[in-house]
Design a protein around this ligand. Sequence first.
Ligand code: ZN
Ligand code: FE
Length: 243
Amino acid sequence: MSVEIVRIPVLDDNYVWLLHEPESGETVAIDPAVAGPVLAEAERRGWTIGQIWNTHWHGDHIGGNDAIKAATGARVSAPAAEAGKIPSLDVPLREGDSVRIGAVEGMVMEVPAHTAGHIAIHLPSEQAVFVGDTLFAMGCGRLFEGTPAQMYANMDRLAALPDATRVYCAHEYTQSNGRYALVAEPDNGAIRVRMEQVDAARARGEATVPTTVGLERETNPFMRAGSVEELARRRAAKDVFRG
Ligand code: ZN
Ligand code: FE
């Protein structure tokens, strides 16, 4: 692995991911909700942000684009399908396109459902995938602009990545997702074990992201749904769940 990945917690529960490839010196900010803390972290490390990658158009993922661009001249790569909603977009991304940080390549996967143009970016050489608000630790994104069938297909594609792939989600939602997961799959011992670790980590103020594809395959009730109908039922139940 050659890309350094830094977690920047911002707003209530967002994570901005800062990537740095030392050979080229290139730095990428993924889903900068805000600019200030992201520019500060880069500066503290002596890095200059040359690119922004956005997974979807929601404000808590693109809110820092303009100010980071103004400060650094960074180029913004974002879903082509959401170009109208991401005015700062420079490089439109579609299924199968690649992005680069230095010599490291990221593959664009279209994963519509949370938003109609949502993308994920998979860096095979780093065993890392950046999933925005599509896949969360023990959860998945709300279906604002898509269908259960689309989310089911997204879960299938992400589950097919190697188990060791680290999954970088854009929010710290693990504890509330896990409370629902315990209800959705009461007989799943792996969820109980994980939740004990998650509760302890959160009590210490620690992050629980990234997760891994393998861990999600064992404990994520949305990735584990056996049919579109089951995913739809679980998503609807989670929408109103108060754990
Ligand atoms: Zn979102
Ligand atoms: Fe979000």
